[in-house]
Design a protein around this ligand. Sequence first.
Ligand code: PBG
Length: 345
Amino acid sequence: MTNPTTAQPLLVVTESSADSQLPLTHRPRRLRSNATLRRMVRETHLTAADLIYPLFVMEGENQAIEIPSMPGQYRYTLDLLLREIKEAWDLGIGAIVLFPKVNDALKDNAGTESFNPEGLVPSVVKAIKKAFPNLIVITDIALDPYSTEGHDGIVSEDGRILNDETVAILVKQAIAHAMAGADMVAPSDMMDGRIGAIRQGLNSAGFFDVVIMAYSAKYASSYYGPFRDALGSAPKFGDKKTYQMDAGNSREAIKEAELDIQEGADIIMVKPALAYLDIIHILKQRTNLPIAAYNVSGEYAMVKAAALQGWIDEDAIVLETLTSMKRAGADLILTYFAKQAARLL
Ligand code: PBG
């Protein structure tokens, strides 16, 4: 049988002579002609030092439970968490952020367990800092993992999220984490005035050097779904739209970031990242502070799901995606792909 494609006469294009050339002065392709040249003129470089690895921790020993909607991510007990951190550290990752799976029996509406100095996060922070003194340990400041209601703040009888009462708890939580040795606290709750209150609280407790990374522009996003599965922290009623931001807004992100900066944020964050690259870009023009982008659980899940189907080239997509966040203006990226990316770099 003849192959119809090879049966076709081939159109052969030879090197064209000088007179068939376009009279172009500029040929942008010149700088793309080989890999070494492309590397020389590349504007954005991703490095392991840019990456912050979010990790889920739980009570117990010798257990790692895979999160169904986040293949390759686990809730670890402390012993296995330390092993995971060692791998990340050896790959050049300098920072982790911790999220606790809190036992239901310890939860209440005010998230009281969140500031227990003997609680899961403080004890884990102590152990990590002992084993890896130079690793930057970041803790999440918010009530949702500790809240019976699954909200980031205290819920009033009529179902509102109480701002100022919540901020008072967040300050205690931040101090408890600082006492345990956290290098950085990251308030993710979106209550008004919490950055100023936490800065003051940390200062008066003597923790002048504990860094605040503020989730400044945190949107009410469906991209957090897999994370809430991981911690069993989904809201019991309603949604988070009275405190997290509306996806339609960008000027509001500037307002939030400006307030956090005035109140003493050291680093500001945009979250999620991929659907909000414009926000990263806008804030980059407006501040000299480092900007972090959170490549959230839903973004991770989408890439993993397509890769597991064999529909995309996972490694290439991971690097391209993280590069887009840096190119938009992020200095730091929180990503569940941290180890994978560090290995590829
Ligand atoms: C909780 C918190 C959330 C995330 C980080 N901190 C969830 C939420 O606000 O509901 C999401 C992270 C992710 O999706 O990867 N305050």
